[in-house]
Design a protein around this ligand. Structure first.
Ligand code: KIV
Length: 272
């Protein structure tokens, strides 16, 4: 059991802000279904992100763009049914908040009502400021997401490190300050230089959770299937694999196939 698990019975958005103030790092992982979420929650992860990376990981799409609001709600509802302690943050998918603030609010309300999630996350800075304000005004906590924003992949054309140049770094810093000022409870910074991420984390009082953003931030997030080594073809520099489940699962499943073919399974003890 982790120290944090003893300290905080149930994680809320306020807990995360307190954790930052107390210098306690925040752990966040994705989950998209009941069974995985139960393990992640039970292991003491502070925040479960029902990420739109479900589009890649669960549905096999090349980008995060195709996943729909209905599909995100389906994934999030399963996660929420599993958790006892973690805060559940649900991504607003591409197309559900960019067109106008009213639509953004409608989408966020659907997530909160239909999945039972505790907060939403959306990508972007000043371009989506009015949408974020509208959602916050309805009492829905919002997590921002800056740096590499995969929903804009066709604008940038690549998943390489963002904000290496001064102009983009300055915009990112301004956006982070703005997100804090309007009331976001946390920000994800994806794939930016560690020095810049540290500077941002030190300039605001809300938690900054990094992925590929170094260790000067207030917490870390990884995609669960990546850190468990299930997605063996994906190996960015920032990823630490804690298991090699792709190989372990492949050999277990191959063994099952052999056992079925050889009638080793089921044996006498495994039947009625
Ligand atoms: O969708 C997702 O998994 C994310 C994380 C990479 C932060 O947004």
């Amino acid at each position: 059991m982790s120290v944090a698990k003893k300290d905080y019975k149930r994680i809320t958005v306020k807990t995360l802000v307190d954790m930052k103030a107390n210098g306690e790092k925040i752990s966040m992982l994705t989950a998209y279904d009941y069974t995985m979420a139960k393990i992640v929650d039970g292991a003491g992860v502070d925040v479960i992100l029902v990420g739109d990376s479900a589009s890649n990981v669960m549905a096999g799409h090349e980008t995060t763009l195709p996943i729909t609001l209905d599909q995100m709600i389906y994934h999030a509802a399963g996660v929420v049914r599993a958790i006892e302690r973690s805060l559940v943050v649900v991504d607003l998918p591409f197309g559900s908040y960019q067109s106008d603030p009213k639509e953004a609010l409608r989408s966020a309300i659907r997530i909160m009502k239909e999945s039972g999630g505790h907060a939403v996350k959306l990508e972007g800075g000043k371009e989506v400021k009015e949408s974020i304000k509208r959602i916050l005004n309805a009492g829905i906590p919002v997590m921002g997401h800056l740096g590499l924003t995969p929903q804009s992949i066709y604008k940038f054309g690549t998943y390489t490190v963002r904000a290496k140049e001064e102009e983009e770094a300055d915009k990112l810093k301004e956006d982070a300050l703005m997100l804090e000022r309007i009331g976001c409870f946390a920000i994800v910074l994806e794939k930016i230089p560690a020095k810049l991420a540290k500077e941002v984390a030190e300039s605001i009082s809300i938690p900054v959770i990094g992925i590929g953003a170094g260790n000067g931030v207030d917490g870390q997030v990884l995609v669960l299937h990546d850190m468990l080594g299930m997605t063996h073809e994906f190996h960015p520099r920032f990823l630490r694999r804690y298991m090699n489940l792709y190989e372990d699962m492949t050999s277990s499943i191959s063994q099952y196939v052999k056992d079925v073919k050889s009638v080793d399974f089921p044996n006498d003890d495994e039947q009625y």
